[in-house]
Design a protein around this ligand. Sequence first.
Ligand SMILES: *Cc1c(COP(=O)(O)O)cnc(C)c1O
Length: 223
Amino acid sequence: MTLEQRLSEVTARAAAAATRAGRTLDELTIIPVTKFHPASLVRELYELGIRDVAENRHQEAREKALELADLTDLRWNFVGQLQGKKARQVRSYARIIQSIDRASLIDSLSSDDTDTSIFLQVNLTDDPARGGAAADQLEELTEHALRAQGIRLEGLMAVAPLGVDPGAAFARVRQLSERIRRIAPTASSISAGMSADFESAIAEGATHLRIGTAITGNRPTGG
Ligand SMILES: *Cc1c(COP(=O)(O)O)cnc(C)c1O
């Protein structure tokens, strides 16, 4: 299958899942995750109409963003674990940072003259190495984000844990999203769902789908 065929197949499956959930495709943003793939693939996606892509490693993302600087309306989403000292560098090309899991990252990104869109990442496992804040820290982080200059809180991001029913995981994300919306009513986006589970994420209200291999094909160097 070509890239175009895989993208249209994923789009059709997302549309069908949306219909089953009483939703519509235009409520969904499909974000191809292009890690390990060359900038040329990102350009191909752009030519197919994609305007949001995601990367999880700073070095690699920065190189591709530089190479594709002519695509001025392409939005780079950063979805990887983020070191505090790299946060400002990531902001230099990424308009949206989805992996915010601590107050110090919000402080590093806060600015009087640049707006950064963020998602709070919640860790659905008990393993702190997985990235994301514990669920019981989300309200405090939401308040912190609302107080920070130049930070636009979009909503919540999560990765379903391996080996559990993704539907149950995404139902929990939806509940957590409702909780943070009581504090920040406009933070209504939910970034959840990857190649293996995006249909069940749509059923539980996901608005942003981060889809790698189902669109790009297998990654060249693993990962
Ligand atoms: C790689 C990655 C994805 C996409 O994974 P696939 O299984 O290839 O769809 C989604 N989210 C994050 C945070 C990732 O690192």
